[in-house]
Design a protein around this ligand. Sequence first.
Ligand code: GTP
Ligand code: MG
Length: 606
Amino acid sequence: MTRDDLRNVAIIAHVDHGKTTLLDGILRQTGSIETRKATGDRMMDSNDQEKERGITILAKNTGVSYGDHFINIVDTPGHADLGGQVERILNMVDGALLLVDAFDGPMPQTRFVLNKALELGLHLIVLINKIERPGARTEQVLNDVYDLFIELGANDKQVDFPVLYTSAKEGYALTKPGDSPKDLSPLMDCIIAKVPPPSAAEGSFQFLVSAVDYDPYLGRVLIGKVSRGKVSIGDQVAHINADGEVRTSKISALFGFKGLGREPRESANSGDLVAIAGIPDATVGETLADPRDPEALPGITVTQPTLTMTFRVNDSPFAGTEGKYVTSRHLRDRLYRETLADVSLRVEDGNTPDEFRVSGRGQLHLGIVIETMRREGYEFAVSRPEVIMKEEGGQKLEPVEELILDVPELYMGSVMENLGGRKGDMEEMVPLGSGRTRLRFSVPTRTLMGFRSEFLTQTRGEGIMTHAFSAYRPYKGALRNRNQGVLVSMGQGDAVAFAIWQLQDRGKFIIGTGTLCYEGMIVGLHNRPTDLVVNVQKKKQHSNVRSANRDDNILLAPPVQVPLEAALELIEDDELVEVTPESIRMRKRILNESSRRTWEKKNKAG
Ligand SMILES: Nc1nc2c(ncn2[C@@H]2O[C@H](COP(=O)(O)OP(=O)(O)OP(=O)(O)O)[C@@H](O)[C@H]2O)c(=O)[nH]1
Ligand SMILES: [Mg+2]
């Protein structure tokens, strides 16, 4: 028996290929949101960081009515660092819409998500998206998609996928490229026709937790599919955890997904995607079941972290002045709480009670955690991210990324040289037309850090890059460190224009006039490979009485902006990034210059 009235699909793709935009069109055209609320773009990207970064960070469920059918749709993040979520939510669905940008074609994350979908035997519908874009290479891209299916070992039935040509932005889907655009109904019809309905398995209740959300009133909310039986509010259910322990609790609230929100329900049946509250401690990959028959479902594999860093209590001279939560207890509770919802994140106690090791899937993943905490009022310091090495058969292995660059030919030489220095291997080079070339490299994750900003400079901002973890490979040996030293503040106080002006030819400042600095704080990038301690508080010696801050006619270059993720890439092992709700500062671990010297000497000798 199947639930013929229901379909469950996910939208999967490489970052920016148009998943969330497609959902805007679907939500509007099916009347799933009130017209009054249907404003703006990418409506499902609802949290602040998603809006600011322009990417989806958390997978989200929605549901729409279409004719006699109800379709649950899961939007997923396309960024490689967040790929673990895609893997987990695919357990909820029977089919997936694979979007591929008609210009870019299949990219690293297209391969990753398609591979997962094929492994699970999902029914795929391919959407070549952005077809209205000038430069669209629709036919070529479709061929590349076929090649990718074959390369990933798709069976004959899987390779025989339905294809639609879409413009998510303009809100239409075509069955043939030449058809005249109308709306998205060809896509909706295709979902009904090609994605099989979920099974209506009878028997005792079973539910696999595929995602966890936190609600201030309800507490933990578990999201997943009822895979067997029926469940109602007030039911006692058994929670079987990863260790096989069983605990019974009562379901306090139950929701289905509709439009941009959740809709309270009294009960849910096999095949339904729902959110369940009232079960403490349950997490992704665990099962809820009938207490009379507590049978666990197969768990979910969790992607292993590749990058690790230390979070520690802030001990800078300004500690506690800007944050609300500053103690090691605060930090510890918050970090461990994060792992309950984000199972790709790993938190361990560090070497001292004030330190925690936090490991994740990449710089963006860890950067989002840091930014989230900072916005909640936390204050702390973090160390430079390090890749997680492995050992296999006595051999040291390191994570390696697949890197794809789209560069104007003019700048190709310098970019290739840069990557050569980073121990990257070029694997492919394809002309894209209009004087641009696509280069594919395999580069150690470790050496790729800091590449983005250099790449943008080298290509005058015209290069496009994307990368994704591909595999663990033999360690490629040590690499030069940052080839630029830093300017370090000698004392504490406000930076003055005169001092910055006098020091301008020594490097680039990252602070402006009036910034309060402390001893050991990094205030700029030195032009040379060594660090330089500078007096940014030094005032001009005036004979008459005038404010030193009002140094007339001093023209200063604007300070270089170093946002959080750039700071993480920039710092060395003997430095930290200080994070507070108001500031991001970089500093030396040892603030005092002579103590630092002594430490360096000892370290070199030892
Ligand atoms: N020209 C054109 N642009 C599109 C189309 N669909 C999406 N875009 C644009 O592509 C960009 C990315 O769109 P999103 O919908 O955020 O892409 P996404 O796949 O959800 O991205 P992630 O969630 O970060 O993986 C936005 O600037 C969209 O306006 C389309 O059909 N045509
Ligand atoms: Mg999105």
